[in-house]
Structure formats: C-alpha cells, structure tokens
Design a binder for this molecule. Structure first.
Ligand SMILES: CC(C)(COP(=O)(O)OP(=O)(O)OC[C@H]1O[C@@H](n2cnc3c(N)ncnc32)[C@H](O)[C@@H]1OP(=O)(O)O)[C@@H](O)C(=O)NCCC(=O)NCCS
Length: 317
C-alpha cells in the first residue's frame, strides 16, 4: 500500500468510489438529484485542492484507491476561538486499521506543519469501526449530530392555532441585542460547549457571531416571536444551492428559557416552513442527539431523521 498526496486528477475516482458516503443524507430526497450533489462536491474538492485551501492524501493498493484523507483549515472557527482549527474527512473503502493509521499519520504531520491545535471531524455512525479507531487515537466524542429532513409532500401534522398574543414577524436590525441575549447559553449541547478545553465564553462567542452574521445577510430570512411586545425567540432560514437543486436549512432556532414549552418554537417552525414553501421543496435541520426537545419539535412538524454522525475532536497540543 502506498500513501501519497492527492491531486486534482484523483477527484473523479474519489467521487465514484465514495459516492454513497457523499449522498447519504440526501439519498431519499426526491428534490435533490444525486448528480447535483456529486457535481457540487467535485467542484469544491477541485477548487480547494488547486488553491491549496485543503490538502489531501490517498492510500493506493494494487493501483486502486482504497482510502482518502482531507484536511481543510477552518478560518472562521480559528478566528473566534483564538486557536488554529481544521476539519478533516477520512474515507475508506473498507475499514482496515493499517490504512487508517497511515492516513492519520500523514494528516497529523500536515496539521502540525500548519500549526493546527485542534482537529474536528464528523463521521457517519454507519462507519462505527472508523469511529472506534479514532477514539483509540485520542480523538474524543464531542457530540452526536442528528440531521432531519422535511419534504413538501409530508404535511406538518399539527393543527394548533397561533395564540392571539403571539406575533411572528420579520427581524429588524434593532433587535440584534435581544437576539444575542437569547443566544447566550442556548446551544450548550453543541461540540464547542462540550469540549472542556474550549472556554465557555469562546463557545458562546461562536453562536453570538453566528446570529450577528445571520442578521447581516448570512441568513436569507429571520423570523422573531413577539409576545406582549417582548422578543422571546427567533428562527434563521437559509436557502442552499446545490447544482441545479436547492434546499432549505433551519440554521438556528431558540426560545428564551422562561418562555419555552408554550408552543413558541412550534409556531416559529410553522412560519418558517410557510416561508420556505415559496423557495424550496425540501428543508433540513440538525441538532444534537441529546436535544430531545428539539428532536421532538422537529418530528412534530413533519421532519424525519435522515442521518446521525459523531463529531470528534483531537487536540494536537
Ligand atoms: C428547542 C426549542 C426551540 C423548543 O422551543 P419551545 O418553544 O420550548 O417548544 P414548543 O413549546 O413549541 O414545543 C413544541 C414541541 O416540542 C417538544 N418539546 C419542546 N420542549 C420540550 C421539552 N423540554 N421536552 C420534551 N419535548 C419538548 C414537544 O414535542 C412539544 O410539543 P408537545 O408539548 O405537544 O409535546 C427550545 O427548547 C430552545 O430554545 N432550546 C435551546 C436552543 C436549542 O436547543 N435550539 C435547537 C438547536 S438545533
């Protein structure tokens, strides 16, 4: 077996061999074509490898590609956390300890060369042997990410009238401080908070910057919930193009703690779905496995789980 650097000419093989891993989450979605997903991934890989914003290695046996590892430094996370972070992806045709060991060694060397301090990776729970391998190499479990999807053909089965004192309306820039306040400590199940080496304030800052950026155009739509003139919750919506297809994404949703369990989250989702229905035919959302409140809320509004992934962290210092 030989390990060498990935080249742009390997991308066709990578897409062909690992196709099912790339399309996994979208596999049963009638509104996103397989071809669109693969073309988008092909374009991203070519662009990142040729501009050297990502680095990759391949494992080849008997002239056949059997494994790939890619490292892509994350600028945004690094700036906010004040540490150099990178995302890595590892794909193996069939789990073999020696292949993963060799790919990880070259990847870690590259990370050290780039002064990386923290590695993030996400692995589908189907690849349990790969997850076990990483856990044995000082990677630790930071969260389990659940993705859910709602296609337009699947009705939201709820028929709950919006209370007259609850108003769902478009966000205004002047609400920024209120949204930031609701965001504080709202997303404590995420991998930034569960890594005890990341300061709580830094994890919080990730989400505060996220909601601020959303207000400045990162989101395509933000709706807020107002009760008796108080802003008590928000939802941010994005439309993601993927080739000629596109899908909706509920990016952030939070309700102020003292107002939770009063159907506000529910009406935020229903209003967002109404907005999405004019733009996309399929909507995705992610949350952590331990966020039972969020999972139940999404399932109640017609979403179904489509994938589960382990988020793993590895500190190099
Ligand atoms: C998730 C969240 C937005 C739900 O908002 P909410 O206004 O409290 O939810 P609702 O009152 O509209 O509840 C609607 C449904 O969600 C589920 N749900 C909400 N809170 C729940 C809880 N604490 N436990 C179990 N189920 C819960 C229930 O199915 C509920 O319907 P039901 O009462 O008929 O069973 C809110 O808990 C929150 O802001 N959490 C922090 C931020 C967060 O986790 N966001 C999601 C990250 S992806």
């Amino acid at each position: 077996m030989k390990i060498s650097e990935l080249e742009s000419s390997d991308v066709d093989d990578i897409i062909r061999i690992f196709e099912n891993q790339f399309v996994y989450k979208f596999a049963e979605d009638p509104h996103i074509s397989r071809e669109d997903i693969l073309t988008t991934i092909w374009d991203d890989l070519i662009c990142n490898l040729s501009s050297r914003t990502a680095f990759g290695y391949k494992a080849v046996y008997n002239s056949k590609l059997i494994g790939v590892a890619i490292l892509k430094p994350s600028r945004w996370d690094s700036e906010i956390l004040g540490i150099n972070t990178t995302k890595i992806s590892v794909f193996v045709k069939k789990y073999q300890k020696s292949v993963v060991d060799k790919l990880l060694t070259v990847l870690h060397n590259k990370a050290v060369e780039n002064n990386i301090q923290l590695i993030f990776t996400r692995i589908n729970l189907n690849n349990i042997f790969l997850i076990q391998h990483l856990l044995s190499q000082n990677y630790f479990l930071a969260d389990i990410l659940i993705s859910l999807n709602k296609i337009e053909e699947r009705e939201s089965v709820v028929d709950i009238k919006q209370p007259s004192n609850l108003i769902i309306e478009d966000v205004k820039m002047e609400y920024e401080e209120k949204l930031v306040d609701i965001t504080r400590s709202a997303y404590i199940y995420s991998h930034y908070y569960t890594d005890t080496l990341i300061h709580f304030e830094k994890a919080e800052k990730i989400y505060i910057e996220w909601i601020k950026n959303s207000l400045r155009g990162y989101a395509n739509k933000i709706l807020v919930a107002k009760q008796n003139k108080h802003i008590v919750g928000y939802i941010t919506c994005k439309v993601i193009p993927i080739g000629k297809s596109r899908y909706g994404l509920i990016d952030l949703i939070a309700v102020r703690k003292s107002y939770q369990q009063k159907d506000i989250g529910l009406h935020l989702i229903l209003s967002a779905l109404k907005w999405f229905s004019n733009h996309v035919r399929t909507v995705y959302v992610t949350t952590q496995a331990q966020n039972i409140a969020a999972i139940r809320l999404y399932e109640k509004t017609g979403f179904r789980i489509v994938s589960s992934e382990a988020t793993l962290h590895h500190w190099l210092v």
